[in-house]
Design a protein around this ligand. Structure first.
Ligand SMILES: [Zn+2]
Ligand SMILES: [Zn+2]
Length: 322
């Protein structure tokens, strides 16, 4: 049996995967997955899309000698951020011991693939220069991978996602694996610049809530969010047979929410065309499906619903009172 590689100490808020990436960088080899595969069974998928995946358990095993389970999960993965959005059954398996000891646990919110920022790794150019001077090289920060954060948690800079010129993204680490330290695309050498993002009230609120969720594990649950939404909408459950009047009312509530979201906002967070996102058959932004039919959606969907219903202060208060 091959013994585990000696991974470098994890740096502040460094994602678990990044420890593996920096280890690989030191090997001087140039095939990431082939180099890692003798040690890690689950190296095939590397996007930051899942809240937890089997590869994280494999990497975490190596760090267990130097970091507590709590440190590993809260600083070096996005579990804190995702935790309040888990379904009850997901919360049951998001237990420290289960996650660290079992290699078959994957937790990912439903419809996550529609998010604009869940498929590739992002970074901040100022963090890269700080990390180079402080730690000798760049690394992947956990906070930069939160899909509802568009700016750096330390510098407020727009996060970089790849190259607009040639389309390069960090998804597999096959050819390039660490954030570039010269602000140039590693493939076509175009200078990398962040997209200009209007700092609207919604963008600012989403960022402050996302930061607070990740910083400290919250006791808020999805059930709590849904009970607030139920109170606002005026129904706790829906009858099994709908009257025509109820059908019309539900349709109006659904449209009021989707109509409140402008195209610019939607295209910051989702990959789909805004008109498709607002369609009657889509579930990502269907407030009725989410509130009453248990549809699992990414955090952005629920957060936008809370804000639309004027419930954002309730969430903000709960997070700041912790
Ligand atoms: Zn930064
Ligand atoms: Zn490029």
């Amino acid at each position: 049996m091959i013994s585990s590689p000696s991974l470098p100490y994890l740096l502040p808020n460094e994602h678990l995967i990044s420890g593996l990436v920096r280890w690989f960088n030191h090997t001087g080899l140039n095939e990431f997955r082939r180099t890692c595969s003798p040690y890690f069974q689950n190296i095939s998928t590397l996007s930051p899309m899942a809240a937890w995946r089997p590869l994280y358990s494999e990497i975490a095993q190596i760090y267990r000698h130097t970091l507590s389970p709590q440190q590993l999960l809260s600083q070096h993965s996005l579990l804190n951020y995702y935790y309040p959005f888990f379904l009850t059954k997901e919360r049951a398996i998001a237990d420290e011991q289960l996650l660290l000891n079992h290699l078959d646990i994957k937790i990912q919110p439903g419809l996550q693939k529609h998010l604009r920022h869940a498929h590739h790794w992002r970074w901040c150019s100022q963090c890269v220069s700080d990390d180079v001077s402080q730690f000798g090289g760049p690394y992947w920060h956990t906070y930069h991978q939160i899909p509802t954060m568009l700016h750096c948690y330390r510098h407020g800079e727009v996060l970089l996602a790849g190259c607009e010129s040639c389309g390069f993204r960090f998804t597999s680490f096959d050819t390039h694996w660490l954030p570039p330290d010269d602000s140039q695309c590693p493939v076509c050498q175009t200078e990398l610049k962040g997209q200009c993002i209007p700092l609207t009230g919604t963008v600012r609120w989403l960022e402050s809530v996302s930061y607070a969720l990740q910083r400290e594990k919250s006791e808020i649950t999805r059930e709590k969010f849904l009970s607030w939404i139920h109170d606002k909408l005026g129904f706790h459950t829906l009858p099994s047979i709908y009257s025509l009047a109820l059908r019309k009312k539900l349709s109006r509530l659904r449209l009021e929410f989707t109509d409140s979201l402008d195209d610019e906002l939607l295209s910051l967070y989702f990959r789909e065309e805004p008109s498709r996102l607002r369609g009657a058959t889509q579930k990502l932004l269907n407030i009725i499906w989410v509130a009453y039919r248990g549809t699992s959606v990414p955090p952005i969907s629920l957060l936008l619903m809370l804000r639309h219903l004027g419930l954002e202060h309730q969430l903000t208060c709960m997070l700041t009172e912790q």
